[in-house]
Design a protein around this ligand. Structure first.
Ligand SMILES: [Zn+2]
Length: 292
């Protein structure tokens, strides 16, 4: 895995993950884009598979989640995932007691101002997107495959952070995590039509035709475009340019390996003392109020 601008590779107790400096530098959150290295799973799920429902043994997934949170210094936090369905629905997580309900709910983006949970998005080619508002102490995690991307779920998450927490888009720090790169992501005409409809005037920068009815789609560029149009400055966004399909030793890839593969997690949690322990929204005692 090559070294990229603004992206740091970290390791603890054999668990490897990536961090974006643009997020670490806020000092407000702990975050990670996991790799496949450092867990107890075997075979096609080796090693750090974090997704249940992948064919892997559940107790191994649970142990892998425990190891990742321990390595990050988030031991004991509730690992909160949603039932990802390639839609654009976003859920606000008030606290750890909601974890079971959130896990059963169809949603592809989670938001919180609670420092008692760790939000997690599971992927194996789709893009995970982590967002932080260091002023309002709020975070979001989003799952953006092609369907989520053409529904512009990253931009929706920005607007929802504004509604829920009073976030100003210009304050946000965002990292687009490892996913399938434009090198490997060939798509067909029905997808290309939806890309063109979702990003009118920008499709030529997102799509590279390869043969009749087929083209390479740059998911990262599309999410970055969406974020910028929503008001997030480009310099506040880091794009992790590792391609999950190219790098079998580091990442799971659904397109490369098919049904039997693991999932990476993009995890984010507010540091203790920066968010609220319970309750929806931004803590009132800061006196910051809401801005629209
Ligand atoms: Zn690739």
């Amino acid at each position: 895995m090559s070294r990229r601008q603004g992206v740091i590779r970290r390791e603890r107790a054999g668990v490897f993950w990536l961090e974006a400096e643009v997020i670490s530098a806020t000092g407000r959150v702990i975050h990670a884009f996991s790799t496949r290295r450092g867990g107890v799973s075997e075979g096609p799920w080796s090693e750090l598979n974090l997704g249940h429902g992948t064919g892997d043994r559940p107790e191994r997934v649970t142990e892998n989640r425990r190891r990742l949170l321990a390595a990050l210094g988030l031991a004991g936090r509730e690992f909160v995932t949603a039932r990802q369905v390639h839609g654009s629905h976003l859920m606000v997580v008030s606290g750890p007691r909601e974890a079971a309900a959130v896990a059963a709910a169809p949603a592809d983006g989670l938001l919180t101002a609670s420092s008692a949970v760790a939000l997690a998005i599971l992927t194996a080619d789709c893009l995970p997107v982590l967002l932080v508002d260091p002023r309002r102490s709020a975070v979001a995690a989003v799952h953006s495959g092609w369907r989520g991307t053409v529904q512009r779920i990253a931009g929706r998450a920005v607007r929802r952070m504004t509604e829920e927490f009073g976030s100003a888009p210009a304050d946000l720090r965002v990292a687009i995590g490892p996913g399938i790169g434009p090198c490997c992501y060939e798509v067909d005409w029905p997808v290309l039509e939806q890309v063109a409809a979702a990003f009118p005037g920008a499709e030529d920068t997102l799509i590279t035709p390869v043969r009749k009815g087929r083209a390479l789609f740059d998911l990262r560029a599309a999410v970055l475009y969406d974020l910028k149009e929503t008001g997030v400055p480009g310099e506040n966004v880091t794009v992790v340019e590792e391609c999950t399909a190219c790098q079998a030793e580091w990442f799971f890839s659904y397109r490369r390996d098919g049904q039997s593969t693991g999932r990476m997690a993009a995890v984010i949690g507010l540091r203790e003392g920066t968010g609220c322990r319970e309750g929806k929204g931004y803590p009132e005692e800061t006196g910051a109020g809401r801005e629209r």
